[in-house]
Design a protein around this ligand. Structure first.
Ligand code: PMP
Length: 437
């Protein structure tokens, strides 16, 4: 890391003071001393004091092809120079190109997209669509899920800390999560009979009117701490959901665009076909985008009028088209599998060495470490996570956090990560875990 520079330190202090004075305090930042990022390049970012960090969180799995990726920068600046805004009242080439591309890389009959500006909007749009299409209102979501910050999405999320305000939306009930490390039925992998999935039937029978609009779920539960379901989970749940009239909304906001390795979408690992998929985060390498993709039969049921000023914005869509091209040309889903498997094996080594690590899980370049005070009681250890955060930062590496109990470290670097980058991350994590004792 670069030598400390007193004038840069004082301007960082001014920036932190300004943030505190003018930005709502609920916009909480990581680290005791917030990190002000000034620029990025590939796998690295630099803070306002000139320190360089290896970015192993990518702005929450969003910088999918690396910071300031030249192809994406060029697509954005070319488009800004041509026309930067149209609104959905006029059509534009990048939006149509992006929609065509999304149709070609998503599985099954998913074909028609509606573009917005965030994962929240993508999921909200999907839930409205499911209600319109089925004529039903009730939705099954998962405990530990995260779907965004609108009132409907806060309701659908399964985390008290992310729910605010008194007005939760009626008609959303929560099934048990496929959280094997903390199995809600106290089963072990050997005795698992997919109780959490099968319980959805009783949930529908007891907590809804018996006819539902949709089941919404993430293939791997991101904010929940990369909770990764058993292989058969989605097959069992979606069979039940369809028997009760519902469709499957697959929230690929974190798992999409090659993140989980080999496939474009996380759900493709489990051979289950959603009727609706949502994307955001990594789709446009940081340009704000939301995308709800559905089968034509379902998409065509959404009546006019609906409108999004910034939805389908040509600059954002050009960024997404360029991002997808970089992912394709560089076979980044394959890289996510290869480097992800390496990352997983290195994290398992850390688990063998550091008792505070209770579980390591995930797929591809989406791997988590769950920290516990005791491996038998599995009591969550959020304090150790906070200390590992500060220590990895000191060692020049950025990581992420999650889990209902804030005791999960999330690793989600850009998909261009190399094994050398993983080695650097593991040295930092090893040193940080070592410093806990
Ligand atoms: N769905 C999932 C799975 C997410 O992880 C997030 C964001 N963390 C959202 C939806 C909401 O996305 P946004 O923050 O872009 O509104």
């Amino acid at each position: 890391m670069a030598a400390q520079n007193p004038s840069a330190q004082s301007s960082t202090a001014q920036l932190i003071a300004k943030q505190k004075e003018y930005i709502w305090p609920c916009a909480t930042a990581y680290y005791e001393h917030p990190l002000a990022l000034e620029r990025g390049e590939g796998m690295h970012v630099w803070d306002s004091e000139g320190n360089r960090y290896l970015d192993c969180f990518g702005g929450v799995l969003t910088t999918s092809v690396g910071h300031a990726r030249p192809e994406v920068v060029k697509a954005v600046s070319d488009q800004v120079g041509k026309i930067a805004h149209t609104s959905t009242l006029y059509i534009n080439q990048p939006q149509a190109d992006l929609a065509e591309k999304v149709a070609s890389i998503t599985p099954g009959d998913l074909k028609k997209s509606y573009f917005t500006n965030s994962g929240t909007e993508a999921d909200e749009t999907a839930m409205v669509l499911a209600r319109i299409y089925t004529g039903q209102t009730e939705i099954i979501a998962l405990r530990h899920a995260y779907h965004g910050r609108s009132v409907t999405n806060m309701t659908a999320s399964g985390h008290a800390p992310w729910k605010h305000g008194p007005s939760m939306v009626p008609g959303i009930v929560h099934a048990h999560a496929p959280y094997c490390y903390r199995c809600p039925f106290n089963l072990k992998p050997e005795s698992c009979a997919m109780e959490c999935a099968r319980d959805v039937e009783e949930l529908i029978q007891t907590s809804t009117t018996g006819r539902i609009a949709a089941f919404i779920a993430e293939p791997i539960m991101g904010v929940g701490g990369f909770i990764t379901p058993p292989k058969e989970y989605f097959k069992v749940v979606t069979d039940i959901v369809r028997r009760y009239g519902g469709i499957f909304i697959c929230d690929e906001v974190q798992t999409g665009w090659g993140r989980t390795g080999d496939h474009w979408c996380g759900i493709e690992h489990w051979d289950v076909q959603p009727e609706v998929m949502t994307f955001a985060k990594g789709m446009a390498n940081g340009a704000p985008i939301g995308c709800t993709t559905a089968t034509p039969e379902i998409a065509d049921k959404y009546p006019g009028l609906t409108f999004s000023t910034f939805g389908g914005n040509p600059v954002t869509c050009a960024a997404a088209v360029a991002t997808i091209r970089v992912i394709e040309e560089n076979e980044l889903p394959k890289n996510a599998r290869i480097v992800g498997e390496y990352l997983r094996s290195r994290l398992e080594e850390l688990k063998d060495k550091h008792l505070v690590i209770g579980d390591v899980r995930g797929m591809g370049l989406m791997q988590a470490i769950e920290c516990v005070k005791d491996r038998t009681t599995k009591e969550p250890d959020p304090q150790s996570v906070l200390r590992v955060f500060e220590e990895t930062r000191r060692r020049g590496v950025l990581i992420g956090k999650g889990g209902l109990y804030s005791n999960v470290i999330r690793v989600g670097p850009p998909l261009i990560a190399s094994k050398g980058d993983i080695d650097q991350l593991v040295v930092a994590l090893d040193g940080a875990f070592g410093s806990l004792n």
